[in-house]
Ligand binder design. Structure first.
Ligand code: SF4
Ligand code: SF4
Length: 350
């Protein structure tokens, strides 16, 4: 485990159509407090991570304590890979460049494609100004200008404009025609890169819930029925015996895990294995703004909540039976959790 995603806020100032951030209820938008942040960076070190991110959803530089949190990292061996939409870089850029804790900055410049052109131009100019200064003052800093919208025809005018601006600013002709699954990164100058990729779809259990069979019949996903029952119990905050629980999911998830290990459903029938693998829980784990620990940075709504760092330590959570079971599945090329079974991102890993 070398990286921990710490969602220091789920607030964002943009509303990209491809991002679930805009559809999150306003009331759930919040900023991680300092005490919880301290627990996150302590936990990251305890599990041996060397790298942290400040996002799952949200724009981390909007956190009022963003600079303070970067400074806290300076008292640890942890390095920050900052992913930002770049809209605040004019204000925050100086501190980012000045901090030795910042190892890499990823700018999500595909987010500008949906903005009014004048606004997008201004934001891009600020990002390019930052890149010019950083390549001189921080030649060790990796910077990616991300265009993760390859194949989205509506983004073509913006992408062309951006490539022109890169050419004008750095005198480099970055030709994206060579894009393929193994060639996504194009050097601009020093450690500054254009990074292209296709859009990915956020995994979602909604469709699966709609087609849920209450009796678990005619299902191809071997665990969904048991996990769905765990979710129902979650709403009621009671276990099967109607008793209130402090760890309200543990009992039902334990049962799901047992069934998983045996690869059978509650009636002892064999279930079909959903093949696939992922690096989550092997190389990384994520902590949401309220302390819920989830398997990966795509699980913004806590569909695979492994525990809460307010209640248990990060090492305990990543070593829980549920985490072990999901991880073991990945090692055996099985997507055991129904949320993972809806994930197209993991198809990138063979
Ligand atoms: S800038 Fe990033 S976090 Fe904000 S809405 Fe767009 S994709 Fe989501
Ligand atoms: S398979 Fe997808 S949803 Fe599951 S942990 Fe991996 S990235 Fe996350």
């Amino acid at each position: 485990m070398n990286s921990v995603y710490i969602e220091i806020t789920n607030v964002c100032n943009l509303h990209c159509s491809f991002c679930p951030c805009g559809s999150e209820p306003q009331a759930t938008r919040t900023f991680m407090d300092s005490k919880l942040f301290d627990a996150c960076i302590a936990g990251a070190q305890e599990i041996g991570a060397t790298n942290v991110y400040f996002h799952v959803l949200g724009e981390p530089t909007l956190h009022p304590g963003f600079v303070h949190y970067v400074k806290k990292l300076e008292q640890t061996p942890l390095k920050l890979t900052l992913t930002t939409n770049g809209t605040t870089i004019e204000r925050t850029g100086r501190q980012i460049i000045a901090s030795p804790s910042v190892r890499q900055v990823n700018f999500s410049t595909h987010a500008f494609a949906e903005l009014p052109h004048e606004t997008a131009e201004r934001y891009l100019q600020n990002v390019l100004d930052f890149c010019q200064i950083a390549t001189v003052e921080r030649p060790d800093l990796y910077i990616n200008l991300r265009l993760w919208n390859v194949g989205a025809t509506e983004a073509t005018p913006w992408n062309s404009y951006m490539l022109n601006r890169i050419r004008e600013t750095f005198g480099v002709d970055v030709t994206p025609g060579h894009f393929c699954s193994r060639h996504k990164s194009f050097n601009i100058a020093g450690r500054l890169y254009l990074h292209e990729d296709t859009r990915f779809e956020w995994p979602s259990l909604d469709e699966r819930r709609e087609t849920k069979d209450e009796r678990g019949e005619s299902r191809t996903d071997k665990h969904a029925y048991l996990y769905d029952r765990a979710e129902q119990s979650c709403t009621e905050c009671k276990d099967e015996r109607g008793e209130s629980r402090t760890d309200k999911h543990a009992y039902l998830y334990d049962r799901a895990e047992q069934s998983c290990t045996e690869c059978k459903d509650e009636r002892g029938e064999s279930r079909e294995i959903v093949p696939g693998t992922c690096r989550a829980l092997d190389t990384h784990v994520a902590i949401l703004h309220d302390g819920r620990v989830v398997a990966c940075c795509l699980d913004h709504s806590g569909q695979i909540t492994l525990g809460n760092i307010n209640e248990r330590s990060l090492p305990e959570i990543v070593n829980s039976p549920l985490a072990h079971n999901i991880h073991e599945g990945f090692m055996q090329h099985e997507l055991r959790h129904p949320f993972c079974q809806t994930c197209s991102f993991c198809k990138r890993f063979k």
